[in-house]
Design a protein around this ligand. Structure first.
Ligand code: ADP
Ligand code: AMP
Length: 227
């Protein structure tokens, strides 16, 4: 299965992508994480990416497409992948279509998480992550089981993203509405879009995604066996 999670910053894509990765063994391709790693590489390209991200702007399409091309061809994507944060523009979506076609792969579903702006701002304001393994948390909605200790790796150091500052968040939401929201009709027209209520609690959103993936898996098996 090859799945895209679509939604504005703070919608819960990373939270759900991690769960799907663990539960279904799909490779998790989170472009924000890849870019944050690149931004600390000390290279000229890393510095350029860091500056763009700090502004809340989008990294150029050609850079993003090459980044993803390298990943979808990797062996861990043979069983399928879940994209979190890509595509974010129509040219990225078109490049992904071409890339997948040349690999003999297709998209299974594009899942949109719908969340209103007030909740997005609240989610981003309270977001933090483990400095060692990157596991994501929230001050109110997803606290570690033991305060100050990461549930996943036991580390005791956490960080908050530079671009989660309110002034940068406003720019990121504007970039979503301008450049990324047009992907909704793009995928709807292709019969791939499934929209779920991202305002629900984390576990309920997970259930809704699992229901979609369960249906998709049945359809894939049917196609493989009978068509
Ligand atoms: P995205 O990857 O779409 O930017 P995240 O998965 O990082 O979003 O979620 C943003 C913040 O909101 C995180 O702190 C996360 O713990 C929290 N969160 C995610 N999903 C929900 C939800 N359904 N209800 C409440 N908080 C959530
Ligand atoms: P995210 O972690 O998905 O919220 O992404 C953080 C930042 O990385 C974004 O605000 C952009 O600056 C950059 N970024 C991530 N994915 C993309 C993409 N597909 N296209 C352009 N910029 C991206």
């Amino acid at each position: 299965m090859n799945v895209i999670l679509l939604g504005p910053p703070g919608a819960g894509k990373g939270t759900q992508a991690e769960h799907i990765h663990q539960q279904y063994g799909l490779a998790k391709l989170a472009t924000g994480d890849m870019l944050r790693a690149c931004a600390t590489s000390g290279t000229a390209m890393g510095d350029r990416i860091k500056a763009i991200m700090a502004e809340g702007a989008l990294v150029p399409d050609d850079v993003m497409v090459e980044l993803i091309r390298g990943r979808v061809q990797a062996p861990d994507c043979l069983n399928g992948f879940i994209l979190d944060g890509f595509p974010r523009t129509i040219p990225q979506a078109e490049a992904l279509d071409v890339m997948l076609e040349s690999e003999g792969k297709r998209l299974t579903a594009v899942i949109e998480l719908q969340v209103n702006d007030t909740a997005l701002v609240e989610r981003i304001a309270g977001r933090f992550a483990c400095a060692k393994c990157g596991a994501g948390y929230h001050d109110a909605f997803k606290r570690p089981n033991v305060q100050g200790v990461c549930d996943v790796c036991g580390a005791d150091t956490f960080f908050r993203r530079e671009d989660d500052k309110p002034e940068t968040v406003a720019k990121r939401l504007e970039a979503y509405n301008r450049a990324t929201a047009p992907l909704l009709p793009y995928y709807r027209e292709r019969g791939l879009l499934r929209t779920i209520d991202g305002m629900a609690p984390i576990a309920q959103v997970t259930q809704a995604i699992e229901a979609i993936l369960g249906d998709a898996a049945k359809q894939l098996t049917y196609r493989q066996n009978f068509l």
